[in-house]
Design a protein. Sequence first.
Lengths: 145, 263
Amino acid sequence: MVLIDLKHKILFFSILSVILLVFTAIDVYALSSPVQFHYGPVLYAEKLSAKPTNYIALTDPDPYLLEALSNPSRDVFIGSWDNTNLDELVETYQTNNVEYNNTYYTVTMVSVDVFIYGTFFLILIFSWIVLGLSFLITQVRSPSS
Amino acid sequence: MLATALLCFSLLLVLLPAVLATSSEVEKYESLEETVCPINPNLSLEELLGLPGYVTVAEEPVEILGIPPGPPDGGTPMPAPVYTMIIIDDDAETYIEHAMSKFGPVDFSWNDLCNWANRILEDGDDPFESLFNINFVASQYQYWYSPSGSLADLLYEGQNAFPKPAGIDVTFILTGQAEGTIAGRSDCNDAFIVTATAAAAFCPLVNVWQHEASHLYNCPDHDPGFFTWCIMSYTWGMVTKNWCNECTLQIACNKYRFGTIYV
């Protein structure tokens, strides 16, 4: 009888652990992959109707900048500021306006912030602690121990 | 055995960032001699020493956003107050009234709304004040009947609807509209938007505000930031108001970007 109880207990805690592990893995993946989950640093291009006074003439934009210019008024998630050289260009030329293929844009570097995955992470840590403590308590109380 | 392993795993996750944050304390002070903001003439070693143990050699090169003017003779430079225009939209009013209606009928007056937004700003700028003497001051309030749209649209259209007048440094938009799981958005220059709906997902608005305001001083996001006990970490940003070494140095070197006063 005690053996059956122990088996049930282990099965119960194992299932809970696996479920928590799956959620933890998903959450860690979400926290580690801002581009896939659409948050973090963003390039945002807007088409300009008129030629601005100051602009940067782009000949060979980096892939993310090119994507932003190809998709004006849409967020292009780049994962890290290191993935683009726009910040260096802006600093050098002191303007956000660019010209590419005879079209003028203003490109801004934006940060889109999502904290829900961090909140889930805290909830998961709490759940792991509760699970561990519950298992510990049931082991201590168990007559077999 | 399993329980012990689970407990160890959990405690490790909880304690590791805090342990890492304090373990390099000695190194921080040892490396202070080498800590310099290469361009900023206003930052003295004494000033850096005044920071509570955060400053160390930055692993990443620090980017100075603006070179402040040199101090006149006899004056001690201080960051000027950051004059902020707060734009509160009609959805923010609806949101707060709905949230507060659980406790009885509510009708928020314009003053109540301003006080609410100002409290977020004032609580959010406390760490800026205590560490860097950066004081955000709400100097103008605007009520905005905002159109429906993404936070990107709202940030852009809000600035178009209420262009920053002379004397205002920063635009802070408080909206009640939600866009998925996004809590805030900053243009990393002089404007940011915070959605009040983030509070429903257990994100303190004060922390979101501090995170977005830190972007104005060139602090980068830390994703995932598992081991970075910093407001800019997507993992711990909701439970801490600290900045990591890198962000502390970024703000210290850029703290005069909205002006300098001499006392």
